[in-house]
Write a protein that binds this ligand. Structure first.
Ligand code: PNS
Length: 165
């Protein structure tokens, strides 16, 4: 039996913290689906198609990782995919509060899909998509916070003088 786990999120943008989490999940489970939430933010940095393309490119070398977009309830998607677990990273006590209530709600909705928490690597515990977005929008350097492919796209976006999204 293939034990499949879902790594869900907005991934706007994908950060080095996400990469650490997905790679560790891929070492624990037979297959991992990185599930990108559609329309999570009214003013996303990257479109859904861009996020899917970026995440696919970054995880292309990891053979047991697939990438998909999803909409609606996460537990319904996880159930359709036959997942045994949802994997989420924990950076802090604040994360724990939020993640615990989300996992309990998900378990209430679909007891067959459990949540597995992985403590984030200490070296990336300060990294979040929200802060990366803020730093970038204010002209800061996001090198080392996101994979090189994301950094290159952000640099190109700035070079084109794209209006702040
Ligand atoms: O990267 P994020 O924004 O922290 O990811 C949050 C995500 C996508 C995991 C969460 O918002 C989610 O599961 N959304 C799907 C809708 C859903 O199932 N909501 C009920 C959660 S208890």
């Amino acid at each position: 039996m293939t034990r499949l786990a879902i790594c869900p999120g907005s991934f706007d943008p994908l950060t080095v913290g996400h990469v650490d989490l997905v790679e560790r999940a891929a070492a624990l489970f037979d297959r991992v689906v990185v599930a990108i939430l559609v329309n999570s933010d009214k003013s996303p940095l990257f479109t859904q198609a861009e996020r899917v393309a970026i995440v696919r490119e970054v995880f292309a070398p990891v053979k047991n990782v697939d990438v998909e977009a999803f909409d609606g309830l996460l537990v319904d998607y996880a159930d359709r995919r036959g997942a045994v677990a949802i994997v989420r990273g924990l950076r802090s006590a604040t994360d724990t509060d939020y993640e615990l209530s989300m996992s309990l709600m998900n378990r209430h909705l679909k007891p067959s899909v459990d949540t597995v928490f992985l403590p984030t690597a200490a070296s990336v515990a300060h990294v979040s998509s929200r802060l990366v977005k803020e730093v970038w929008r204010l002209g800061g350097d996001v090198g080392g916070l996101v994979p090189p492919v994301v950094e290159a796209r952000l640099r190109a976006m700035r070079a084109m003088d794209a209006p702040a999204r």
